[in-house]
Ligand binder design. Structure first.
Ligand code: MN
Length: 230
């Protein structure tokens, strides 16, 4: 059975269930452990949601709306990505995770969509936890991507689908080596991937909230398949 490292966060349970439901085992990764020890024996890495990365990590001053993550998370998770990338460890990154992934590869972020992207859709839906899977907006998926490949069966070859959305930040400058695999109709990047990696995919929405109904199960299956082949 494949062992997936899941970065600790305040809403861990849906991430854990999403991995368990595709046949994986979970190790929760905490910034109190050192990075090589955290990755020891893992078959895959799942980067979870949470607060904002410090803009210092991509060389900018902080916008007033920044809500920092738990102490130590930024350096820990950036370090995890750097080492996982070096080792070819499969990575699935979600929400804050996709932002960590882009910054770890050398990209930058939009610090606050409502004040920095004129005409943007509402991306930060305030919904109670039991409605976390409520759809917020459409995404358009690029056909020639791993994301399209994974979602093909569920979407019957369509290139659009509905997603939930609880983020006020997004990718600004895509890092070298990464491509955008989905965007929202307002141009906000909703998914990225590293085409040169065995499996390295990040999404800006919250697929983990759908583990009961399986709408985004293919993303977790993709991580587990890659982990098994590692
Ligand atoms: Mn969104």
């Amino acid at each position: 059975m494949s062992l997936i490292g899941v970065t600790n966060c305040r809403k861990l349970e849906d991430y854990r269930q999403s991995v368990l439901h595709v046949g994986g085992e979970v190790r929760v990764l905490d910034p109190s452990t050192d990075i090589p020890a955290s990755l020891e024996g893992l078959d895959g890495l799942l980067l979870t949601g949470g607060g904002d990365l410090s803009p210092a990590t991509y060389g900018e001053a902080a916008h007033p709306t920044i809500e920092p993550a738990e102490p130590g998370r930024d350096d820990f998770e950036l370090g995890l990505v750097a080492l996982a990338r070096k080792r070819g460890l499969p990575i699935l990154a979600i929400c804050r995770g996709v932002q960590v992934l882009n910054v770890a590869y050398g990209g930058t972020l939009i610090q606050d969509i409502p004040s920095q992207v004129p005409g943007a859709l509402p991306h930060k839906l305030e919904v109670p936890p039991h409605q976390a899977f409520e759809f917020a907006h459409e995404i358009w998926i690029d056909k020639d991507t791993r994301l399209a490949q994974l979602m093909r069966e569920r979407l019957s070859d369509a290139d659009a689908c509905q997603v939930n959305s609880r983020h006020h930040q997004a990718i600004r400058q895509l890092a070298p080596g990464l491509i955008a695999s989905a965007t929202a109709p307002d141009g906000v990047i909703e998914a990225i991937e590293d085409p040169s990696a065995a499996f390295c995919l990040g999404v800006q929405w919250h697929p983990e909230n759908f583990w009961r109904t399986g709408e985004f199960r293919p993303l977790f299956e993709g991580l587990l398949d890659a982990a098994a082949r590692k």
